[in-house]
Ligand binder design. Structure first.
Ligand SMILES: [Zn+2]
Ligand SMILES: [Zn+2]
Length: 351
């Protein structure tokens, strides 16, 4: 399990495509999962997808971004990291985030042209089926690098709940996704309870405005954490529970944390199969009248909303603190370890 640096000629973009120079790339949880996959196809792939770049070359016909803003060489840009083909059954339904071709360009072997299919590289090729948006000048790279995966994902996930002002949401896990969720929920006027055990993340959750943090150091058992949340919610449980831990057992706990008639949103748990199975009585979901929803990816215009959200709130929430531990690109392996140790909310590299 290691990285190899390979050299390729930076390609000229075809019509409708563009090439970015990567400026800053974050280590997302899915990069870490994939780093440990045994599958040979995925072992020889370019990782990295949560990032900000600047326009290096524009293909024929590319004059505006997907919000209609003029685009030129040197502009900072964030792309949606997956393909939306606009031709498959999901796209025809309007479920762009579920596009059947979403991962067409994902994790390719770098020997395959156009080579630059991941963000842990000097350049990134945005193909004609990827949305992209210009970055507002007032948002610096540290703040914006997490927009195209973490923040857009959280805005989309919470829009699929009935979270409103005055509701209580429990956020399980205060990594990048969880902290974004805290910011979004606070902006909407909700009450936020965070469950987290890593001291740095507990501190960050408070800085992001969490009303209560249930520290796993002082509440080491599921029973203890559920009891604390029930206590904090007047004996009811939470209106919405958001799972962004990637730990299977957290899903069982989310079911227990939700109130009768409440909602559970599963985002962090992505792996399937052996090692990721759990014991659960489905009757609990029935008896509690729960709505349980899984959310993977987002409608591409949510990336534009993410930029607008950051523009609106970057002085209210400490987004820069979320990814402060940037390393130079040649320390990518250490950055992956940072992400894995959960010692920082979002590990990143700068080019
Ligand atoms: Zn990601
Ligand atoms: Zn499609």
């Amino acid at each position: 399990m290691q990285f190899e640096v390979k050299d390729y000629e930076v390609p000229e973009p075809t019509a409708g495509a563009l090439v970015l120079a990567v400026r800053r790339a974050n280590v997302c949880g899915s990069d870490i999962h994939q780093f440990h996959y045994d599958s040979p196809a995925l072992r020889e792939a370019v990782l990295g997808h949560e990032f900000v770049g600047e326009v290096h070359a524009l293909g024929a016909g590319v004059t505006r971004d997907n919000a209609g803003q003029p685009i030129a060489i040197g502009d900072r840009v964030v792309p949606v990291y997956f393909v939306t083909c606009r031709r498959c059954a999901a796209c025809l339904r309007g479920d762009f985030g579920m596009c059947a071709n979403s991962l067409r360009e994902w994790s390719k072997n770098p020997d395959t042209a156009p080579h630059f299919s991941g963000a842990f590289a000097t350049h990134y090729y945005v193909n004609e089926d990827q949305y992209f948006y210009k970055v507002p000048d007032e948002l610096d790279d540290r703040i914006v690098a997490g927009a195209n995966c973490g923040l857009a994902q959280m805005l989309f996930a919470l829009d699929h709940t009935r979270l409103a002002a005055g509701c209580t949401i429990v956020v399980q896990g205060a990594g990048g996704l969880g902290l974004y969720a805290v910011a979004i929920a606070k902006e909407r006027g909700a009450r936020v309870i965070v469950i987290e055990g890593v001291p740095e993340r507990v501190t960050l959750a408070k800085r992001f405005g969490a009303d209560h943090v249930v520290d796993m150091a002082s509440h080491p058992t599921t029973e203890g954490r559920v009891a604390r949340v029930v206590e904090l919610t007047g004996g009811l449980g939470a209106d919405v529970v958001l799972e962004v831990t990637g730990v299977s057992a957290a899903f069982v706990e989310s079911i227990a944390l939700a109130r009768v008639g409440g909602e559970v949103v599963s985002v962090g748990n992505l792996n399937v199969g052996e090692g990721f199975e759990i014991a659960l009585s489905p009757g609990v979901i029935t008896r509690k009248n729960l709505r349980v929803q899984g959310i993977l990816r987002y409608d591409p215009w949510y990336l534009y909303r993410a930029l607008e959200f950051l523009r609106r709130t970057h002085e209210r929430f400490p987004f820069a603190a979320l990814a402060k531990e940037a390393r130079p690109f040649n320390e990518l392996d250490a950055a992956i370890s940072d992400g894995e140790s959960r010692s920082v909310a979002r590990a990143s590299v700068i080019l």
